[in-house]
Design a protein around this ligand. Sequence first.
Ligand code: ATP
Ligand code: MG
Ligand code: MG
Ligand code: MG
Length: 566
Amino acid sequence: MRTSQLYLSTLKEAPAEAELVSHKLMLRAGLIKRLGSGLYTWMPLGLRVLRKVEAVVREEMNRAGAQEILMPTIQPAELWQETGRWELFGPQMLKIKDRHERDFCFGPTHEEVVTDIARLELRSYKQLPVNFYQVQVKFRDEIRPRFGVMRAREFVMKDAYSFDATFEGLQVSYDKMYRAYSNVFSRLGLEFRAVAADTGAIGGSGSHEFHVLADAGEDLLAYCPTSDYAANTELAEALAPTAPRAAPAEAMRDVETPKQTTCEQVAELLGIALQRTVKLIAVIDAEGKLVIVLLRGDHSLNEVKLGKVHGIGEFRFATEAEIRDAFACPPGFLGPVGAPAGTRVIADRTVAAMSDFVCGANKPKYHIAGVNWGRDLPEPDVVADVRNVVEGDPSPDGQGTLSLCRGVEVGHVFQLRTKYSEAMGATFTDVDGTQKPFEMGCYGIGVSRIVGAAIEQNFDERGIVFPQAMAPFALALVAVGYHRSEAVREAADQLYAALQAAGVDVLLDDRNERPGSMFADMELIGIPHRLTIGDKGLAEGVVEYAVRATGAVSKVPLADAVRHCQ
Ligand code: ATP
Ligand code: MG
Ligand code: MG
Ligand code: MG
């Protein structure tokens, strides 16, 4: 490719809306253009990067025995009603109607669709195991789309789904995916960590997330440097210096002091699965009515699942806006700030501190209608152990102390077991002739998020420093004086052709620009290697070779240039 043919649109300054380095640099480098909140167009240069990430993901998925399919983005409501997620998925799901007034959604994930395929296609244990995957656009109406492609509303995900006859089989499939994910992130040149994780709205039992380590990450990870222990703490807001703190002890005095009740009892009362990410903020409004706002998610509140209990016996999901209006909270914050006069607030990040408040003297003080929170299985032991940890705490596995770091979730693997197959009647005939539900796993990679996350880890004051495997081009060939020196033009064209013939993914900068601005552009867009060809070097028979990451510059004989860059 030549820059004269490539649509390049670099900017000196990033638009004001961008907060994170990666978002700023992606806009400045012209990789993406914003269409609307959480909606981005991948421009030619950005799409090259995205495609390179996809290629690595596809290779590793194929290598692990998964088979690519492509499911529709638009999904009929009926499938989601079978699993109950039409209601439970919440406001992240974009619901739409067709001309016949039939309900559909724009797929936020594809468990229902793929389980429907399995129940129609997979009939016998002989056909198992199977793993289907796709690389496709998802839509989630995120409460706070931000950070560019890192938390977009429309984004590219690779999602895979495995079907096994037995739980042991599922574990083998899961391990294969776990290894494939490790390969993907290693090949992409990213520093990452796999951690024990929450299962969120997808549900299921065991689960791990893969995180690209970066200070800007939304998740806080606890890990033990001397053992394999690693988990997502999801208590980031508790540690953020700006996090508002209520004074639970004081507020509690206003309430009848009930007998101590366990978190498990509260969870049972509320009909929710107790997991570390369930947080409660309880509020008594000015009329003395109990209102409980349940939150789940990370410090950014962008994955808030909202529910509220109003007075006695009434429960419904509430939108963030409703809760904000009810308590006059500023946007993006659901805490006690600005609550109407007379409102008493008890806030805490754990269920434990709230439990005795909700359940008085061993019998519920308030009757709360059954709520299906859509989370069905308790997490493994590790989960309880990483609530409220601080740096240097002993680890949960009894080996060493915990360190904390921040991460961007780029992949997530789940053992779904039979949650979906049972709900949808997806069964196969086993060896003994009986009908059994599939043991399922699901495995997601945030393909488009990876691009942002990689930049968070690889940049300097001059711009992006892409890891080789996802750089838009492997090499920039900058021709200084291409338009005024015949010698340069001839040598550059020849070298360009030779590099292409040798399979080098090269971008020839043949623009009629000042050398400084050509260098600046090639550096900003993150091309890992650069050759500069100009009259001065040609007189000595050399070209200049520069490494983007280190800034190291050396002279290479023109005759050796191709070999040097292979
Ligand atoms: P998050 O906790 O960041 O909201 P998630 O747990 O909701 O992510 P999953 O349901 O596990 O996401 O989806 C699989 C992968 O899709 C995630 O690991 C992440 O890399 C990616 N992903 C999820 N939401 C977004 C988004 N809004 N924008 C870009 N990528 C996303
Ligand atoms: Mg989410
Ligand atoms: Mg998550
Ligand atoms: Mg996840």
